[in-house]
Design a protein around this ligand. Structure first.
Ligand SMILES: *Cc1c(COP(=O)(O)O)cnc(C)c1O
Length: 401
């Protein structure tokens, strides 16, 4: 690609900004990491999940921010994410949760990455790559204790560990599983998963004298199931300021609130007055019931502002709530500002975050769109110009605290 030749850094920097901006509070990320860490017993590390570009918050920015407050373990979904993290200078352990496909093994040795393993063939490939590179590759055995997703069965785990434990270029450093329902503490599956995992790790120790680092809890498990903290825990959504179940009262942990780290803002393009009885946007799904003032925004589903939010989401203008009316288009949407008549072109519009005394959270939007904060944060964060704000007062811009 000749792009860098034609677009040197100076030119890139002077490139115009989008009206739609995602602002990430470094202070919020740090506060959440500290809060979740102190929830664990002293000395138990917290692995920061930074997959999906840090749940939309920027994988490298998020990892560097967590690193600055002591994080030494990071989790990503796929190998390329891990390679990018390492290349960006992140040290500490980087665990690739998806493990590997044949042909990827050399990168694990090259970048000193840890792999989830659930097949003997992949363990052998990693070992061979480790030997060739003159090092050992770290492996975490992934067992499936009820999620029915990736991993070997608990019954297989002793034989599996035995088969890979002697491989010269591989070291089994971890043993882990994943909760399907840790966001609801009362689910009986939690106890079954816990029991199965405990028994499998005990069997490993009994049969092989092997005690790798055991980890089971996700954010829901950390918050709701303290007995499941084991030797490490993996947090994603809570580090970004939200709870898995989307219930805001559950975001208070030991008296301290999680701080939503993402703010999403746009600006008003045009303000227009329309008569009663006018259909708005594609399909005329909204008809004005009174003489109305509408604000047109340069944001749409292409920016992760889902079409499912049509006629449902509120935005904040001049510190007040206003409803999206009509279908959200690819790059435009309309807001009813009849009750905020002073609205003017150029006004800041908050789609996620605080403005004055009002706040729109990703949980609120997710509920209205029929999804969860996780998906919404990924879609909005990963489809907009994003900026990490380092100053500490930026917490005040989000819905936390
Ligand atoms: C994404 C993920 C997590 C983190 O889950 P949260 O609910 O975001 O805390 C933990 N473990 C595994 C295996 C994951 O895929």
């Amino acid at each position: 690609m000749g792009l860098s030749f034609f677009a040197p850094m100076d030119f890139m920097k002077s490139f115009p900004d989008s009206a739609n901006r995602v602002l990430i509070s470094a202070a919020a990320l740090k506060a959440n990491y500290r809060l979740m860490s102190t929830t664990l017993p002293p000395g138990t590390p917290l692995l920061a999940m930074v997959k999906a570009d840090g749940y939309g918050h920027g994988m490298i920015d998020a990892a560097q921010t967590f690193s600055a407050v002591g994080c030494r373990h990071f989790g990503v979904a796929e190998l390329p994410e891990a390679a990018r993290l390492r290349t960006a200078g992140i040290d500490g352990e980087i665990l690739v949760m998806a493990g590997l496909l044949p042909g990827q093994e050399e990168y694990f040795a090259k970048y000193n990455l840890s792999a989830a393993v659930y097949s003997i063939e992949s363990a052998q490939l990693l070992s061979a790559a480790g030997e060739a590179a003159g090092r050992t590759v770290s492996a975490h055995i992934k067992i499936d204790c009820g999620m029915t997703r990736l991993g070997i069965t608990p019954e297989e785990s002793v034989a599996f560990a035995q088969a890979i434990n002697h491989l010269p270029g591989l070291k089994v450093v971890g043993f882990f599983a994943h909760f399907p329902e840790a966001d609801s503490p009362k689910q009986s599956s939690n106890q079954r998963v816990f029991d199965t995992f405990s028994a499998a790790s005990a069997a490993l120790k009994r049969a092989l004298g092997l005690s790798p680092r055991r980890h089971l809890a996700n954010s829901g498990g950390i918050i709701n199931l303290p007995s499941a903290h084991f030797d490490m825990a993996r947090s994603g959504i809570a580090l970004y300021g939200y709870t898995p179940d989307g219930v805001s009262q559950h975001a208070i942990i030991r008296g301290q609130p999680l701080q939503p780290a993402m703010r999403f803002v746009s600006r008003v393009l045009q303000v227009k007055d329309v008569a009663a009885g006018r259909g708005v946007s594609y399909g005329h799904t909204f008809i004005t019931t009174r003489p109305s003032r509408l604000a047109v925004l340069p944001v749409g589903y292409e920016d992760g502002y889902q079409r499912a939010l049509s006629n449902k989401a509120d935005v904040l203008i001049r510190g007040r709530r206003a409803r999206i009316v009509g279908r959200i288009c690819m790059n435009l949407c309309m807001v009813d500002v009849t009750d905020i008549p002073e609205t003017a072109a150029g006004d800041e519009v908050v789609l996620i975050g605080r403005q004055g005394n009002e706040c729109v959270s990703a949980d609120e939007l997710a509920e209205r769109a029929g999804t969860i904060s996780y998906e919404l944060l990924c879609m909005i964060g990963n489809n907009n110009q994003r900026e990490l704000k380092n100053y500490d007062d930026s917490v005040a811009d989000t819905c936390g605290g």
